[in-house]
Design a protein around this ligand. Structure first.
Ligand code: C2E
Ligand code: MG
Ligand code: MG
Ligand code: MG
Length: 276
């Protein structure tokens, strides 16, 4: 009885598991082709200052999948990290963003712009990551002090001393370091103080209901105070309404990002005739 139930379970379970595994392997194989076949795209989303002026753009990767259409990072970054493809993808993103930065430098109305690039904790573990970033900057001619790398608290999950050494080397080069999605991770405040950061980004989950939920506003206020104590700039992400903007602005945030100011979008082929 039990044996046959076990066999039934197996019969039902195995094909589904196999199918999922096969799907994942197929997806990994397809993702392997994404960089060499030119299927990755960067979208850019503006970051504005307290006066609403655009100061920077965040580069956000997309995958133009041959069969499934345009995929967001949530659909493939995890797989890229698990397969090690993130190193190649991350490098591609950095190269693209740095050549965009170099191109903006030549345009009087865009020369002031900075660019932010998301760097996964897995990428940071690569022993040559610092040299690779330095080399991309050198080859592109982009100024290091106009580049910000966005990290999440997950960088603290492995060899923190190694991470801190690498981040210090990047900071010495003049690169900005922002802690992304701040407030959602598990980092202790003592680690926050040890990381050589230049900014924190308040996670969009605290901004979403900030008008209705006093606790969210209290958390945002606390993050701003903490950042100010540590000498860090504060970015509010996910600002969708005028009222949210006024609230986070009153708390003292330095920069703002969200659909209110612009959605992530592809830049035109010609940066001169098609402003972001
Ligand atoms: P993130 O770095 O926190 O980027 C912000 C995400 O929030 C983006 O989603 C953006 O489209 C979305 N967003 C911006 N403003 C608003 C808003 O007002 N309302 C709402 N509802 N959403 C908003 P996206 O592009 O899907 O990226 C998701 C995440 O994927 C990013 O979160 C980042 O962690 C990761 N990611 C994106 N590009 C890269 C990359 O090149 N490398 C790595 N490692 N991760 C990346
Ligand atoms: Mg980010
Ligand atoms: Mg974020
Ligand atoms: Mg976020």
């Amino acid at each position: 009885e039990a044996k046959s139930a076990g066999r039934d379970t197996l019969r039902l379970y195995t094909p589904a598991l196999e199918e999922r595994l096969a799907e994942r392997i197929a997806c990994g194989l397809a993702l392997r082709r994404a960089v060499p076949d030119g299927q990755l795209r960067l979208h850019y989303q503006p970051l504005v200052d307290r006066d609403g002026r655009c100061m920077a753009h965040e580069a956000l990767v997309r995958w133009q999948h041959p069969a499934r259409g345009l995929l967001g990072p949530a659909e493939f970054i995890g797989l890229a990290e698990a397969t090690g493809l993130i190193d190649e993808i991350g490098l591609w993103v950095l190269e693209q963003a740095c050549s965009q930065l170099a191109a903006w430098r030549a345009l009087p109305d865009r020369a002031h712009l900075s660019v932010s690039v998301n760097v996964s904790a897995v990428q940071l573990r690569h022993p040559e990551i610092v040299e690779r970033i330095a080399s991309v900057l050198r080859r592109s001619g982009a100024p290091a002090n106009r580049l910000t790398l966005e990290l999440t608290e997950s960088v603290l999950q492995h060899d923190v001393d190694d991470v801190i050494r690498k981040l210090q080397a990047l900071r010495r080069m003049g690169i900005g370091l922002a802690l992304d999605d701040f407030g959602t991770g598990y980092s202790s405040l003592s680690y926050l103080q040890r990381l050589p950061l230049s900014a924190v980004k308040i996670d969009r989950s605290f901004i979403r209901d900030i008008d209705a939920d006093g606790r969210d506003e209290a958390i945002a206020r606390t993050i701003v105070q903490l950042a100010s104590t540590l000498g860090l700039r504060v970015v509010a992400e996910g600002v969708e309404t005028r009222s949210q903007f006024e609230r986070v602005s009153a708390l003292g945030c330095d920069a703002f990002q969200g659909y209110l100011f612009g959605r992530p979008q592809a830049l035109g082929e010609n940066v001169l005739s098609d402003p972001p």
